[in-house]
Design a binder for this molecule. Structure first.
Ligand code: 5GP
Ligand code: MN
Length: 338
């Protein structure tokens, strides 16, 4: 395993290198922001660079600069396979286990390319040849900014790159409110605004750009689907397949729903169960006391960060929720008022 700095001179001497960038399943603002920024950085340097996503991404991100160049693996499997097979360097951003990128993961595991992992999640699997990794940051976008600064300096950040990086940092910090935000984050963001990121417009694109159906869906969920377990300061919400269809819910529309539970006074832990085809997708959010990643890893085949984690279950919606409720009292020490 080599430090990413060792890669800079290797790539500087190899301008014909074929570069592939990828990120996790159903990319969010940080996944798309960090990959699009790195794509533009390599494009500006004249490299042959492609960006492949394992799946589609939310419509709330469709305004992002250069997103039209992203190849959706599910819609272009043969082309994606060729690009992976021909790549000399594969950059894996905002994830660190290949299982997070579906079938693309197996292709990347066995391809000839050197693999570079840039990420901020716990417990990297170790498939990478080079890495730039820490959990002590806000986002992968912030790490990409550091990589660009170390390698080529501030002048290499153009307005597109700044916009994408700003989006990644903003979305992964809940608009600069999480514990992970430091003076360094604000200095980074200030530099990105200097470089052309339009902060107010980015915020509007992300948070004021949803469909009427989605707003009605949120209202419906808050009124009918939110349940509180007061003795454990926990909020639970669940969404059935029928409800997803009824409100015409698209990729990205359920983003942020889990946070409503946490916005209630006294609530320390919020869980959201969504009945996706084939499996139940679960999101966990904590206020700082509850180890969401550990809980998800131990009970729902997942992981993530201390305050924000995700997992899954194949046992059906009601069974998954029942198991959740049976398990939770074991964690009383983190949750109950003492
Ligand atoms: P979300 O609830 O937004 O889907 O995910 C929250 C966090 O948990 C993200 O940082 C994501 O990387 C992580 N996460 C979500 N689902 C999974 C999963 O199935 N496995 C692992 N290891 N992490 C997940
Ligand atoms: Mn991230």
């Amino acid at each position: 395993m080599q430090d990413i700095k060792d890669l800079f001179s290797v790539l500087d001497q190899n301008p014909n290198a074929r570069i592939l960038i990828t990120t996790h399943h159903k990319p969010d603002g940080d996944a798309l922001g960090s990959t699009l920024a790195l794509w533009k950085f390599f494009k500006n340097m004249g490299y042959e660079v492609n960006l492949v996503s394992p799946t589609d991404w939310g419509e709330y991100l469709h305004w992002m600069p250069n997103q039209e160049h992203i190849i959706n693996y599910e819609l272009a499997i043969e082309k994606s396979k060729t690009l992976v097979a021909e790549a000399d360097y594969v950059f894996c951003l905002d994830f660190n286990t290949l299982a997070r990128i579906n079938q693309l993961g197996d292709l990347i595991r066995s391809c000839k390319a050197k693999k570079i992992m840039i990420d901020h999640h716990q417990e990297p699997e170790g498939f990478d040849d080079y890495r730039y990794w820490t959990t002590q940051t806000t986002s992968t976008a912030q790490l990409i900014e550091e990589v660009i600064l170390m390698w080529k300096g501030e002048d290499a950040i153009d307005a597109d790159i700044a916009t994408c990086l700003y989006t990644g940092i903003m979305t992964d910090t809940g608009s600069f409110r999480f514990d992970s935000v430091t003076p360094h984050t604000h200095r980074t963001v200030a530099r990105l605004i200097d470089k052309g990121a339009k902060n107010s417009s980015i915020h509007q694109h992300i948070y004021d750009n949803f469909s009427f159906d989605r707003l009605k869906f949120i209202g419906y969920c808050l009124a009918n689907k939110l349940e509180i377990i007061p003795e454990l300061n926990t909020a639970i919400m669940s969404v059935t397949r029928e409800e997803l269809l009824r409100f015409k819910i698209q990729t990205g529309d359920t983003e942020g729903l889990v946070n409503y539970g946490l916005s209630i006074k006294g609530i320390e832990f919020s869980a959201l169960f969504i009945d996706r085809t084939k499996l139940i997708k679960i999101s966990f959010r904590g206020s700082g006391k509850f180890p969401c990643n550990e809980f998800s890893r131990d009970h729902f085949e997942g992981g993530g960060h201390f305050n924000a984690a995700g997992g899954q279950s194949t046992e059906g919606l009601e069974a998954a929720i029942a198991r959740f409720k049976r398990t939770l009292p074991e964690y009383k020490k983190y949750l109950a008022d003492i």
